[in-house]
Write a protein that binds this ligand. Structure first.
Ligand code: AGP
Length: 601
């Protein structure tokens, strides 16, 4: 949801650092982009379109400066036009601002500034900020004080960065939107520093970072950096070291980040499970979380993470702990009673506004909260009482893939660690085998042929029961978000209660049938219902049941436990969606209208 970047100390290379940084942040928004370079005067280049378009324009315009800020946008206020692209400037063109988030009181501020004679050129909420700074400067404030004054007027969520003509610093502040400071090495006596919405934007330059907190303000210049609160009281933030390599944010020869990330799942799972599984002892190590002993668990999450939460809730219930998953955006409208329940927020990015808001609601009613996230230092990790990292490594493709697998593995660890049961040894053994089993699926999958066979379909349906039900939902979400085809996931037993009316010979049904138990037999009954209506059936199966008899195509997975079969079936569905989208020529890593990190409610 919009990405911002800033850098100082790269004289002669500032534009390159900004544009390259923006290209790694493009997953956050990609409808327009721009940069502002400070070098005495300010130069602003911005336009609708992708970062590659901006790269061409800045190469032709050749702006340079010793510091600069940049932005990639995902529209909230106003369509993706050149005027609405960031940076936004004041009336004089001497103040430039980039912003991520939503300024809730922008209309009041805009009316007030208009009345005072300011002229607005865009539809955005952001544009009030440079005008507020301009007003403070013309009232005699120094640049830093003017930015502080402007920020103090803002309600809502923001990460903002501002540059002012003739000033050698970038000023930035955050509230409810991520902002990270990168601390580089000195070069020829000049310090190199960075600001960004996310670490990949500057990871090739440094691994030392400060995760800024809500309500903090930072001044960065070639002579150093200082973090304070909004009132100017100095803060002493910790400097962290990022553990992953810059190469992890490249495509490594794959056509798309999504393809790379699907193929990275064995490694991501090994990282997630490493040092947390003691197979000999039949135990998992989740640290002090093992002693939380919750009387019940409530999950809050969105999108793919919600599907992981549905799976996690089943695991806890199977271990005898009452557990429910809630869509984070719905949680606060009728919050469930909280006694000794633990509230777990599942969020890859750790910045999803709906999830943060649900967790805040739970905390305000006295709940203990746990973040299950991929991003160290993210807002969710800092706000919750505890954090459990899924350790999937950076995920750039907008469609969540390896993080879903790592979320499922993490929720296995947490349910086993917090709610031991008699099935733990078997569960731990299947987790041990999971990375190799996923590799086998990746090596042998027939998903590409199936994608080809059903490319002209009207719609795709996905059905599953038990732990395969969240997989059916996730398979449909992946298919719809990257192919733009109609896709729906259903609990297999629900098909006959309505959705069966949609089924035709032009709607393939992907049916997850694993094991050979009562659930498998019932799902096969649902497969027969579909087959009788002439719909093609793609069975995702471990071959234990006789579902293949009723299927037109088969996507095979190795035999495993029900909990890991869900991860394996999902890999097949990821591949089916990926190959369908690739054959349709879709922009797989940046699907229309979507952003990786959704920081507005
Ligand atoms: C899934 O492919 C999407 N990227 C989306 O549904 C995502 O899972 C959702 O927005 C939640 O994001 P989070 O995990 O970062 O909270």
């Amino acid at each position: 949801m919009c990405g911002i970047i800033g850098c100082v100390g790269h004289e002669g290379e500032t534009t390159d650092v900004l544009v390259e940084g923006l290209s790694t942040l493009e997953y956050r928004g990609y409808d327009s982009a721009g940069v502002a370079l400070g070098n005495g005067d300010l130069e602003v280049v911005k336009q609708s379109g992708k970062i590659d378009d901006l790269r061409d324009t800045v190469a032709a315009a050749g702006p340079e400066g010793h510091l600069g800020i940049g932005h990639t946008r995902w529209s909230t206020h106003g369509p993706p036009t050149d005027e609405n692209a960031h940076p936004h400037v004041d009336c004089t063109g001497e103040v430039a601002v980039v912003h991520n988030g939503i300024i809730e009181n922008y209309q009041t501020l805009r009316d007030e500034l208009r009345e005072a004679g300011h002229t607005f050129r865009s539809d955005t909420d952001t544009e009030v900020v440079p005008h507020l700074i301009e007003a403070a400067l013309s009232a005699g404030a120094e640049p830093e004080a003017a930015v502080r004054e402007a920020v103090s007027r803002l309600d809502g969520s923001f990460a903002v960065a501002a540059v002012i003509a003739g000033c050698d610093a970038i000023f930035a502040a955050r509230n409810d939107s991520p902002l990270v400071l990168g601390i580089g090495d000195e070069r020829d006596g000049v310090g190199q520093y960075y600001l960004a919405s996310d670490v990949p934007a500057f990871r090739e330059h440094t691994d030392r970072v400060v995760y800024l907190e809500d309500g903090q303000f930072v001044r960065v210049s070639a002579s150093g950096w200082a973090v304070t609160d909004l009132a100017g009281e100095p803060a002493a933030p910790a400097v962290d070291t990022v553990e992953w390599d810059p190469e992890e944010t490249g495509k490594a020869g794959y056509d798309h980040f999504m393809e790379k990330e699907i193929n990275e799942q064995p490694r991501a799972l090994r990282q997630c499970l490493s040092e947390r599984v003691d197979e000999l002892g039949g135990e998992v190590n989740v640290g002090d979380l093992a002693y939380l002993n919750p009387r019940g668990v409530q999950f809050v999450a969105c999108g793919t993470s919600y599907h992981a939460a549905l799976y996690g809730a089943q695991l806890f219930r199977l271990a005898g702990v009452p557990a429910q998953a809630f869509l984070a955006s719905e949680y606060a409208s009728a919050p469930p009673p909280i006694g000794d329940e633990l509230v777990i927020g599942v969020t890859q990015s750790g910045e999803t506004a709906d999830t943060l808001s649900a967790l805040r609601e739970a905390r305000s009613r006295g709940a203990r909260t746990l973040a299950v996230t991929n991003v160290v230092g993210s807002t969710v990790a800092r706000e919750c009482d505890d954090a459990f990292y899924i350790k999937a490594g950076p995920e750039i493709g907008v469609a969540a893939t390896k993080t879903f697998a790592s979320q499922l593995a993490s929720l296995n660890l947490l349910s086993i660690g917090m709610a031991p049961s008699k099935d733990d040894r078997e569960a731990i053994a299947s987790l041990r085998d999971l990375p190799a089993d996923v590799q086998q699926v990746l090596d042998d999958s027939a998903a590409e042929e199936i994608a080809e066979a059903y490319l002209d379909s009207d719609a795709y349906f996905f059905i599953g029961r038990g732990l395969q039900y969240p997989v059916a939902l996730e398979g449909a979400l992946k298919m719809k978000e990257i192919t733009y085809k109609h896709a729906e996931g259903f609990a297999a037993g629900e098909l006959k209660h309505g959705p069966l009316a949609l089924v035709t010979e032009r709607t393939p049904v992907f049916a997850m049938v694993t094991g050979d138990d009562e659930q498998a037999r019932k799902t096969i009954g649902n497969v027969k219902e579909v087959e009788a209506r002439d719909a093609p059936v793609v069975a995702v199966t471990d071959g234990q049941s006789d579902v293949e008899r009723y299927a037109d195509h088969v996507l095979s997975i190795p035999e495993s436990s029900p909990r890991t079969a869900a991860v394996l079936a999902n890999v097949q569905l990821q591949l089916a969606a990926y190959h369908t989208a690739a054959k349709l020529g879709r922009p797989i890593d940046k699907p229309r209208n979507l952003a990786k990190s959704v920081t507005v409610e």
